[in-house]
Design a protein. Structure first.
Lengths: 151, 466
């Protein structure tokens, strides 16, 4: 993903941007929905995209797409040309190494299988129904979001 | 790329799917937002990809944005494994629909994406300046958005629908502050169509109008609260219709499947029963050309049709998917929609509105005493959509046909069933309003719908402002 971001940046700079920033993200959202005491649907949404921000004479243009091509950069340029300059723009943050943040989530979740998530949802449903005999209808969901991004 | 869509269907059937459908889409868009005289946001984008829905024991769904053989194999395997993965589920049927092969393109005069971005930015900046009518205007926003969707729908039953739709939308907003009183006004236009929607709307004029009305309203007195006869304008009726007719008409809510998310419907099980006055007629119709909720086939390939939700006060029909239609033993009526190929379709309203009646606007004011409420603000509705409170932008007192005002800070509150029964006059001045951001689903999906109606008269509690 970093190499795609790097290529976008180079494309923007070689096309005439004075400064540029590129951002890529890849998300997978898995959802198991429970309604009326059953698993209603199991779904996975995959989203992948790249955004390019190009600066020309303090005019900032942004465009995005889900594949890197000249079109993304061209559209960012077209937006930049259409905007008035922003005199308060002092440039993007200087490059620096990102700090590594650890232990903020359970890494097992990143590699959990689809069948395991469905199993967890079914366990959740069963636990709710078994709680006591006053429980007669259960709805709920498990959502797992795995997101990667590069700037 | 169509061969990828066909391949996804064929491979899903090899995995044992009893039904599969695929949506291959390309979405191109541009948004300009000017706030307080500065370009707050100007961006464009393009995404394309494929969403595959597979039915084995239950629904499985997967989407991808990379259209190559490897991704295709992966999403077919993912969707199929998800569809057969659940033990605690039950199989269900899909209602039959005719097999269609159609190509639909919406009519546009000016492609909004070929209008230079500079022109849109300039129009937004100019309109934003117009909204600043006096020193009391503290915040302004002007917004133009347009998108173009090319969609191919294929199903394992043989339906093939191509849909090219262009949506254009614009909005202007002005907020005024006088002392501690803050009031705002907005004006919006949008629908299926080209840049002519923006041009015909006259954004600078509308922005000026919003500024003048917001400033005047901020100087107005608060309205006294009481239970009384109310006359609602088309804009407020549109929101009321959206919240207390459109949403509870979604069959997944009626069946309780949205209990943990969107909510339920108070009129579940009451089809065929009287729920309102004889003058109340409500409809959902996706085939209103030029509207934000326009389509000819839904995202299951079901032909869209006009639905009589409420006819002469009798609850007649809900909005269905093929699955809910089969469960309730009715015919599917084409209300399954997804925000994009990345999402599983849900039951959504299209253009939901209250039908016009015979009364002129002036006739509605021929009452001894009451309140005229104009413009929609914020709704607050219970999960069954029965108890509601909706704030209006401005209000006027009605005394024997004469209006005084404006007053600020008015809301109406009521119980839907009582409110519907109290309707005693429906105007003949129908208007539809675009709603670009109706949300539902998990993950949340935002879609455009149309809502509207004429002026109408009923009884409700008016909550006032001090």
């Amino acid at each position: 993903m970093l190499s795609r971001v790097q290529r976008s940046l180079e494309l923007a700079l070689s096309s005439g941007a004075e400064e540029a920033e590129a951002f890529a993200s890849k998300n997978i959202v898995m959802t198991v929905r429970i309604a009326s005491n059953r698993v209603l649907e199991v779904k996975q949404v995959q989203d992948e995209g790249i955004g390019v921000c190009a600066v020309i004479k303090k005019k900032i243009g942004f465009s995005s797409g889900n594949r890197l091509n000249e079109g993304v950069v061209k559209r960012a340029f077209s937006i930049a040309h259409a905007r008035p300059p922003n005199p308060k723009f002092n440039g993007f943050p200087l490059p620096r190494r990102a700090r590594k943040v650890t232990d903020i989530y359970d890494r097992h979740l990143e590699y959990i299988s689809r069948s395991k998530i469905v199993e967890l949802a079914e366990d959740m449903l069963e636990a709710a129904l078994d709680f006591d005999n006053r429980i007669f209808e259960v709805s709920g969901a498990i959502n797992l979001i795995v997101e990667r991004c590069a700037i | 790329m169509a061969d990828f869509a066909e391949r996804a269907i064929i491979d899903s059937l090899k995995f044992g799917a009893r039904y599969a459908d695929v949506r291959l889409e390309k979405l191109t868009w541009e948004t300009i937002v000017v706030k307080d005289g500065k370009v707050e946001r100007a961006k464009s984008g393009e995404i394309h990809g494929l969403g595959l829905r597979v039915l084995l024991k239950t629904w499985g769904f997967a989407s991808c944005t990379h259209l190559n053989k490897r991704s295709l194999r992966k999403i077919v395997a993912t969707a199929a494994s998800m569809a057969k993965g659940a033990k605690k589920t039950k199989t269900f049927k899909l209602s039959k629909i005719p097999i269609n092969r159609e190509k639909i393109t919406t009519d546009i005069i000016k492609d909004p994406l070929t209008i230079p971005t500079e022109e849109k930015v300039e129009l937004c900046l100019d309109s934003d300046r117009c909204a600043h009518v006096d020193k009391f205007i503290k915040r302004t926003t002007t917004h133009i958005a347009c998108d173009k969707t090319q969609k191919l729908f294929l199903s394992s039953e043989g339906t093939e629908i191509k849909f090219l739709n262009t949506l254009t939308y614009c909005e202007t907003f002005a907020l005024a502050k006088r002392g501690v009183v803050v009031e705002y006004m907005d004006e919006i236009a949008g629908g299926s169509g080209g840049f002519e929607i923006v041009e015909n709307f006259n954004l600078p004029e509308k922005a000026k109008n919003a500024g003048q009305r917001a400033s005047k309203l901020a100087a107005a007195k608060g309205i006294p609260g009481k239970k009384t006869t109310v006359v609602l304008d088309q804009d407020l009726v549109a929101l009321l219709c959206h919240e207390i007719i459109g949403h509870p008409s979604e069959a997944d809510r009626v069946l309780g499947r949205e209990a943990a998310w969107a909510g339920k419907a108070w009129w579940a099980g009451m089809t065929g029963k009287k729920i309102g006055a004889k003058l109340l007629n409500a409809t959902d119709d996706p085939r209103v050309k030029g509207s934000l909720g326009y389509y000819e086939f839904d995202d299951e390939g079901t032909p869209a049709r006009r639905k009589e939700l409420i006819r002469e006060g009798i609850l007649k029909e809900h909005m269905h998917s093929r699955e809910t239609a089969a469960e309730l033993g009715v015919s599917p009526n084409g209300n399954m929609r997804a925000q994009s190929f990345q999402y599983l379709p849900l039951i959504r309203m299209s253009n939901t509105f209250i039908e016009p009646g015979d009364f002129s606007k002036d006739e509605l004011f021929e009452i001894k005493d009451g309140v005229y409420l104009k413009g929609q603000k914020i709704p607050s509705i219970d999960s069954k959509r029965q108890n509601f409170q909706i704030s209006a932008k401005e209000a006027f007192l009605i005394k024997r046909g004469k209006l005084t005002g404006p007053f600020r800070g008015a809301s109406i509150a009521g119980v839907a069933s009582e409110f519907f029964k109290s309707i005693d006059a429906v105007g003949n001045d129908f208007e539809m309003r675009p709603v670009p951001n109706c949300g539902k689903g998990d993950p949340m999906q935002t879609i455009g719908v149309g809502n509207g109606g004429p002026h109408l008269r009923a009884i409700a509690r008016v909550l006032g402002a001090g």
